[in-house]
Design a protein around this ligand. Structure first.
Ligand SMILES: Cc1cc2nc3c(=O)[nH]c(=O)nc-3n(C[C@H](O)[C@H](O)[C@H](O)COP(=O)(O)OP(=O)(O)OC[C@H]3O[C@@H](n4cnc5c(N)ncnc54)[C@H](O)[C@@H]3O)c2cc1C
Length: 444
């Protein structure tokens, strides 16, 4: 004899007018379950947006209560977060339908199981997608430039467990290690009179290697909006890119400069080795730290050192002025502009103008050192659309982030104050923010 049971009004209503039947376009998750006893089959498809079930549809091959429970669970689930939807039980579905005959309870079980299976399918796919996405990146952080800014950013990123690479086009240590490797860094607290540029750079490089920073000695030629860098050996992707390309000595635009600046003919932009100036009469052009440092570094080797400065005051700390005053063979010509560097094969004289007296003067010299400022190495970023000031320095916020998401800038290219200690502080700021951005720690 066939078993008799009563369905509630709600069950009947959902059976006659089932909601959300069919398939979800481009479903994010699909759950299929079956009951081996009654042979019912159930499929639920879901669409998820921001962790919320935006759409839920079902298909069933089953009895009237299978249709009603599926219809009901789709209504219950839409608009809920995934976590809330995972908590919907067979009992909840049955209760919403004002009860089911005990023999039909397995139908509500089926509906809840199919929904949970669809959510789990979505989560598995999401994890797989994230894994594939993560594999597309070669590094967490790629740093372009291996000067004080780049090296210390690399050290501090690696210290925080971020997979880091630094690309350096020429010398590790940046402008200091090729312009003045033997200079003492007097204004780096804790190291005053203890470390030359070379010592400092050596310890940074060793530290970076110890922390497994990938050190790539190659030029970066381009950076794309999607954070890919095109280097000499190929393309690399970083989740975060840090620009640390520093600056290069500016040219003076002086007549004759071009002719004598190549092949050791007497015009230089820095004093790398004072021994090359033994017995020479040297004119240093400029009035800032670089010019005064160049003059002081020649005190033991050159015969006569003249500093020509356009203004009536030098832009250096007082102790450097005192040192200059104590060295007889260093003379400073204030209010003086260099008009021409002249000679036949090599530099022989400089023609200058005394701006106060409006007089032209000539001085016999063997070498000219142009310490007339620095130009930021930001040319390669122009295509990228990074915001810069009129001099080509990059604009950043207080976390060193540029106007492009995921691209940071440190050191001289992003600072009004061009000091090693500032570049290092930028490195610390970026490492902290990169860690927060990539690792999303619980405390943020
Ligand atoms: C003569 C002189 C003396 C100085 N003395 C002092 C001092 O006593 N104390 C002090 O605090 N500061 C001093 N400074 C300033 C100090 O050198 C800078 O503030 C510091 O070097 C900035 O570091 P940075 O990493 O930003 O740039 P940089 O040191 O300029 O390093 C940038 C690096 O990026 C690399 N690079 C550029 N383009 C690319 C590319 N496309 N691909 C790959 N690599 C690239 C360059 O080769 C370079 O090695 C001095 C500067 C000069 C010029």
């Amino acid at each position: 004899m066939e078993e008799q049971f009563e369905y509630s009004e709600k069950v009947m209503e959902h059976f006659r007018n089932p909601r959300n039947v069919g398939e979800v376009k481009d479903a994010d998750g699909i759950g299929r379950v079956g009951n081996p006893v009654c042979g019912d089959l159930m499929e639920i498809q879901i669409k998820v947006e921001n962790n919320i079930l935006k759409d839920v549809k079902f298909k069933t091959f089953g009895c009237g209560s299978a249709i009603a429970t599926s219809s009901m669970i789709t209504e219950m689930a839409i608009g809920k977060t995934l976590e809330e939807a995972l908590k919907i039980t067979r009992g909840d579905v049955a209760a919403e339908l004002d009860g089911l005959p005990p023999i039909k309870m397995h139908c509500s079980n089926l509906a809840a199981d199919a929904l949970h299976a669809a959510i789990k399918d979505y989560m598995t796919k999401k994890e797989e997608k994230a894994k594939v996405e993560a594999e597309k990146y070669d590094f967490d952080v790629i740093i372009v430039g291996g000067g004080p800014g780049g090296l210390t950013t690399g050290i501090l990123c690696a210290y925080r467990g971020l997979k880091t690479a630094i690309f350096e086009a020429s010398n590790w240590g940046g402008i200091l290690s090729w312009l003045c490797p033997n200079k003492m860094i007097e204004n780096f607290p804790g190291l005053c009179e203890k470390s030359t540029c070379t010592d400092l750079v050596e310890s940074w490089v060793n530290e970076a290697k110890k922390l497994k920073v990938e050190m790539k000695k190659e030029r970066v030629n381009e950076i794309t909006q999607d954070k890919k860098i095109i280097a000499e050996s190929g393309a690399y992707r970083g989740k975060i890119i840090v620009l640390a390309t520093g600056s290069s000595p500016s040219t003076g635009g002086i007549k004759g400069e071009d002719k004598f600046s190549k092949n050791e003919r007497g015009v230089y932009y820095y004093v790398r080795d004072p021994q090359n100036f033994v017995g020479k009469r040297v004119l240093v052009v400029g009035g800032g730290n670089s010019a005064v440092d160049a003059a002081l570094s020649l005190a033991d080797t050159a015969d006569l050192i003249t500093i020509a400065h356009r203004k009536d005051e030098l832009r250096v700390v007082p102790q450097k002025i005192e040192r200059l005053k104590a060295i007889d063979k260093i003379k400073v010509l204030y209010n003086t502009e260099v008009l021409e560097i002249a000679g036949t094969e090599k530099v022989e004289k400089a023609i200058m103008k005394d701006l106060k007296e409006d007089e032209t003067i000539q001085q016999v010299v063997d070498s000219v050192v142009l310490a007339v400022g620095l130009t930021p190495n930001t040319e390669i970023f122009k295509k990228l659309g990074l915001e810069m000031d009129e001099k080509g320095y990059l604009k950043t916020d207080k976390t060193q982030k540029t106007n492009i998401d995921g691209i940071y800038a440190v050191g001289d290219i992003a600072s009004d104050l061009q000091l090693v200690v500032v570049a290092v502080a930028h490195g610390a700021t970026v490492a902290h923010n990169a860690y927060i951005e990539l690792r999303k720690p619980y405390w943020r």
